[in-house]
Write a protein that binds this ligand. Structure first.
Ligand SMILES: Nc1ncnc2c1ncn2[C@@H]1O[C@H](COP(=O)(O)OP(=O)(O)OP(=O)(O)O)[C@@H](O)[C@H]1O
Length: 274
């Protein structure tokens, strides 16, 4: 079977039907419908406050949508609407600024290898009840090596640079060999060279079958492997479709509320204001 046919037959990574999220008295996501297939690397793009992080939290079951009046499920992940969170974590790894803040807190130091291997227990660090097997140790070492972070073993996450800590957290997310990675603004705080290195690491993961869902404000971070782009505005999908049809000057002007010009070079897109 060709990969496109098998992608259409397996349950989608995400099937969201008119999901709404209320925080306080504000409607943050407004009847949002979205379908992401397994293997369909996707970028979620939008201005500040458009609802990108809220969408990621919804997929990761960190927050819940409003119940629908007809009782129908609004979100299915891999074809199921009920998940035990630690089971879901083994299928979808998450890296977000909130996770990084938590893991680099120097008041509760966490050693790099422990941070990665404790991903098997969905815990922040190892405790006496966690029985780490040799296979887990091996997988943790492999995950660190996959993101070029083996040399950081022995250090505390709080002592690492932003980019180093980001790699370790990706290793932690990868330790289960998840089917998908949700990455919320993964390049924040990286200098241009480290950003490019980091994007190359993500490209390798995409090429090795991990479905990437990348949240970003920056068109420049949309990897050549990502062909599906969703643009959010004010909690709704403004555009969704293949990269060439969505990443146009008109669409981004609409999304960011300012004249934008989009150009493409070597598989990457660039956007400038004006
Ligand atoms: N806990 C909360 N209580 C009230 N409002 C919230 C809460 N969390 C998010 N919001 C609001 O929801 C809107 C969407 O926030 P979200 O973080 O999803 O946006 P975003 O697209 O990720 O933004 P950014 O690009 O700035 O990270 C914002 O207006 C934000 O102020």
């Amino acid at each position: 079977m060709n990969p496109d046919a098998s992608r259409l037959q397996s349950p989608p990574l995400l099937a969201m039907h008119e999901a709404s999220v209320l925080r306080g008295d504000r409607l943050i996501l407004d009847r949002l419908s979205l379908r992401l297939s397994v293997g369909q690397h996707t970028a979620i793009l939008g201005a500040n406050g458009s609802g990108k992080s809220t969408l990621i939290k919804l997929i990761a079951r960190q927050i819940y949508p409003l119940a629908r009046a007809d009782g129908a499920a609004t979100i299915q992940v891999f074809g199921r609407d009920r998940w035990n969170v630690s089971e879901l974590r083994s299928l979808i790894g998450i890296v977000s600024p909130a996770v990084q803040t938590d893991y680099t807190n120097e008041d509760a130091p966490l050693e790099v290898f422990d941070a990665v291997v404790s991903g098997f227990f969905a815990a922040r660090g190892l405790w006496t009840e966690h029985a780490v097997t040799n296979v887990m140790r091996q997988d943790a070492l492999e995950a660190l090596s996959q993101v070029d972070a083996s040399h950081l073993t022995g250090r505390h996450l709080g002592s690492l640079s932003t980019g180093e800590a980001r790699r370790v957290l990706i290793a932690r997310a990868l330790v289960h060999r998840p089917r998908a990675l949700l990455l919320d603004e993964p390049c924040t705080g990286l200098d241009p060279a480290n950003r490019r290195r980091f994007l190359e690491t993500l490209r390798k993961l995409a090429q090795h079958g991990v479905t990437l869902v990348l949240v970003t404000h920056h068109v420049e971070e949309i990897l050549p492997e990502i062909d599906h782009v969703v643009v959010l505005r004010e909690g709704r999908v403004l555009h969704a479709g293949n990269k060439a049809s969505v990443l146009t000057s008109e669409a981004l002007t609409q999304a960011f509320g300012m004249p934008m010009h989009v150009a493409q070079q070597d598989g990457y897109y660039h956007a400038s204001v004006g």
